[in-house]
Design a protein around this ligand. Sequence first.
Ligand code: NAD
Length: 500
Amino acid sequence: MTATPRKNSANLGGSWIDGAAAVTSGAQQRIVNPADGTTVAEIALATPADVDVAVTSARTTLCTWAGATPADRSVVLNNLAELMSANAELFITEEVAQCGKPIRLATEFDVPGSIDNIMFFAGAARHLEGKATAEYSSDHTSSIRREAVGVVATITPWNYPLQMAVWKAIPALAAGCTVVIKPAEITPLTTLTLARIAKEAGVPDGVLNVVTGSGTDVGTALAGHPDVDVVTFTGSTVVGRKVMAAAAAHGHRTQLELGGKAPFVVFDDADLDAAIQGAVAGALINSGQDCTAATRAIVARDLYNDFVAGVAEVMGKVVVGDPLDPDTDLGPLISFAHRNRVADMVRRAPNEGGRVVTGGVIPDLPGSYYRPTLIADVAESSEIYRDEIFGPVLTVRPFTDDDDALRQANDTGYGLAASAWTRNVYRAQRASRAINAGCVWINDHIPIVSEMPHGGVGASGFGKDMSDYSFEEYLTIKHVMSDITAAAEKDWHRTVFRKR
Ligand code: NAD
């Protein structure tokens, strides 16, 4: 399967506004395949003026979409899931070409995961919940309305472009909101294709818009737009805080899914082989460019040497190479600039005591590749242990007792995901309570399901993607309180004025 280069083709366009490919006048952006540096597509980026047009389109159509019945919206989302299945090969081809993802990952994770997510929200749209309607005062009936929050601005990163677009836009659409989404400028293709097939599925024009462009230009304009109602963002912590500040200038709601530095805690009663396999898979998924990736292995002293040796052995057998080869385990990183940043961090690690056990090598391949890397004995204060690397690099440290393990797990500003490996049910429960993160896996690391929420605490942000919980980001709660006495002079009026 090969990706065919496209030149700002009429059916794709650089942006998608009001149900059509938009002619925009921003800079030309080359979409580059990180596996070999070839041009996958070339598109014209949007400008802040295009953001205005897209937001106006979303605002204009809001009333109609929010006024549709949940069943109507559900039918459209089910159509979208079916169309994505029918176009799975296109989505896989684009995601592999623009990200350099191994084709197995795109085929078995990104695309089916996105389809499942859409199917989940097609159903969830039909059973929103609230408090029971009742007489909480003897003179009134109270009820709750859950209403679409309005126009949603969404900004997504390059590591999982399709899944991030789906996680943000689909619950918003299910809730009756309209959306303007800005993908990362280097990976816009699958988001544009999603918008195009959404129209075929019956999403009305203007309900789902895509504006491509840089963060500083189009991203800033969207995050700080006065006429959006909520800004949802997935990306780095630094940028997330800028987005929050821009939205706060208008008092707009935000939801932020930010970086991570997930601990991977291996207690002395763990199944060592399972922990070794899990650590390699958890660290290397998507070339380690995953906000929940296992990055800090914290291992009981008794198991430490065997864990380090086992992980190094498995990492040594990982196949690095062409993403289109089904035998490839690890593709390139997103760009040479990012790969070099990862390589520089690894190069500096020994200066702070880290021992590179395996990897730390740029392979002799045409793209921005990096070998799976294990760094042992890292100091708690070291850069490689504390900062997000976003590459195929696992660090490891020993711990002395359970308290020390849990202290080390929480010794980070991030709080997105974590795992604990033990056969002891009491330890597992204590760890899941003590570790400060939005998700704690027991004896596994990475799996996600559409029914369960994803989102962090602390420097990893706030709010939830996926699951019913994500509706909280896209709905308002309205209390309707109706008098049931039909009396002109109500009892409580006497508290305010006496009848004279
Ligand atoms: P990034 O923060 O650099 O960019 C994310 C998006 O923000 C892009 O679309 C970018 O163009 C835009 N942007 C940049 N500057 C902006 C600004 N000033 N105003 C508005 N928008 C701006 O992140 P990235 O490098 O694309 O992605 C990697 C990061 O994303 C990592 O930190 C990773 O942990 C995080 N991430 C988090 C999750 C999660 O669910 N918590 C999921 C995936 C990725």
